[in-house]
Design a protein around this ligand. Structure first.
Ligand code: NAD
Length: 425
């Protein structure tokens, strides 16, 4: 779990919602959309803000603010993670919800986009306080979530245990078990085999496809991964398994590098034991800004938004950026990297493995029939590969970068569905 600002994060960060709007406009300009339809596609469908009390261990009561935003319900029930981090605010949740709409559309999943979050550093809370906060937040947003309505999942600062508390709280209110209300749960209560690794596995597949597209392979590719939580750690060890050399890693506390390569599984054991990468033997400590600028072939940002900006884009050495995180590259940085010929595999394509396997989990819960990890991975692979190649094809046709192509594809799908459904009443 993460949170608390590092020095690198204290610089004023770009508003994620404004970033998401600029990206949308860049794609929507390529489509023949009427004004009203364009506005309906971009504005969040509904937004819930909740201020709620939590009983703390010291006997006091603290008020927390949480959100749940449904960006679009055109393609189906909404889907999207829940984030616990100090910086969570309505604009961030809106942006993350909009990116979920496009990601699900791009992957042909029967979902609209949503996101939720609570402004809290989970590391400041005891386990009991975290459970109280989660159960109360779930109760507050229970008016908008449900297995046919909106299905949360883990994101930054949340994990399978938190999903278990959400599932249990919702089930207690319903009077019966409702496993399909969240995904990313422990396997023992209806979670899916392969879900924990799914986002990182998808990142690895996208990275492999990107390397092939650029006329190279992952073998001996020098890779830097920013963020060492669920997405970053799994991406790092699966890329390592493909023959890549992990030359830099980071978490919120700092970064480490070794041009000869870092064993990501050993780094993970160290991080699990010590709560951070710092002090990992056989690597040199550097800071997070230095990490992003290390000489490498591929950079996988897998932490939070707004990390590659106008300020550092010119100094990024990677030839390929695979966005494990949502929104790590600002639109200004996109322009700079594109001009420099850096290939960017956009978030809605690169990190979609998580929501794809979340979809499999939901289908398994609804049908009470469970698949093996092998079956999950076999079904994930072709969806990622097909989407990657489709985006590359569209990018060539339209003479645009991969992000714009992915967004054109996704926005067009949602617009077509909207026109087919019609405007109610
Ligand atoms: P996590 O909480 O498991 O890990 C986040 C990691 O980032 C931690 O190692 C934390 O220390 C680090 N971090 C946070 N701020 C940092 C900073 N400024 N510099 C360096 N490191 C920093 O979260 P996660 O689930 O791995 O999510 C990471 C990103 O991937 C987010 O953008 C999230 O939205 C996106 N994502 C997650 C999933 C999923 O299935 N979990 C799916 C798709 C996309």
């Amino acid at each position: 779990m993460k949170s608390a600002p590092t020095p690198a994060m204290t610089a004023p960060r770009e508003n994620p919602w404004e970033m998401a709007l600029r990206q949308f406009n860049g794609a929507a300009d390529h489509l023949p959309l009427k004004r009203g339809i364009r506005d309906f596609l971009v504005l969040p469908h509904r937004e819930l803000t909740v201020n709620f009390p939590v009983q703390m261990d010291d006997g006091g009561v603290r008020i927390f603010t949480g959100y749940r935003v449904h960006h679009s319900t055109v393609l189906g029930p909404t889907k999207g993670g829940i984030r616990y981090a100090t910086e969570v605010d309505l604009d961030e949740v809106r942006a993350l919800a909009m990116w979920m709409t496009w990601k699900c559309a791009l992957m042909h999943l029967p979902y609209g986009g949503a996101k939720g979050g609570v402004a809290v550093d989970p590391r400041d809370l005891s386990r009991a306080e975290l459970e109280h906060l989660t159960r109360r937040y779930t109760t507050e947003i229970s008016v908008v979530i449900g297995p046919q309505r909106d299905i949360p999942a883990p994101d930054v600062g949340t994990n399978d245990q938190i999903m278990a508390w959400i599932m249990d709280t919702y089930s207690m209110h319903a009077g019966h078990s409702v496993p399909a209300v969240v995904t990313g749960k422990p396997v023992s209560i209806g979670g899916s085999a392969g879900r924990r690794e799914a986002t990182g596995r998808g990142v690895m597949i996208a990275a492999r496809e990107a390397a092939a597209h650029a006329g190279t392979t992952l073998r001996d590719a020098r890779v830097v991964v920013q963020g060492f939580g669920n997405v970053g750690s799994v991406s790092a060890y699966l890329l390592h398994d493909q023959g890549a050399r992990i030359v830099g890693l980071s978490d919120i506390y700092g970064a480490i590098q070794n041009p000869d390569g870092i064993d990501p599984r050993a780094a993970l054991r160290h991080a699990q034991q010590h709560g951070r990468l710092e002090g990992f033997p056989g690597a040199e400590a550097i800071n997070n800004s230095q990490l992003l600028e290390l000489p490498c072939d591929m950079l996988v940002p897998a932490a939070i938004e707004g990390q590659i900006t106008r300020a550092n884009a010119a100094r990024i050495k990677a030839k390929i950026v695979v966005e494990g995180a949502n929104g790590p590259t600002t639109p200004d940085a996109d322009e700079i990297l594109n001009e420099r010929g850096v290939l960017i595999v956009p978030d809605i394509l690169a990190n979609a493995g998580g929501v794809i396997v979340s979809y499999f989990e939901w289908v398994q819960d609804l049908s009470s029939l469970f698949w093996s990890e092998g079956e999950i991975n076999e079904r994930l692979e072709p969806i990622m590969v097909k989407a990657f190649r489709g985006v590359v094809r569209l990018a060539k046709e339209r003479e645009v970068d991969l992000r714009t192509a992915a967004l054109i594809y996704a926005v067009r799908r949602v617009a077509d569905a909207l026109m087919t459904r019609g405007i109610y009443p």
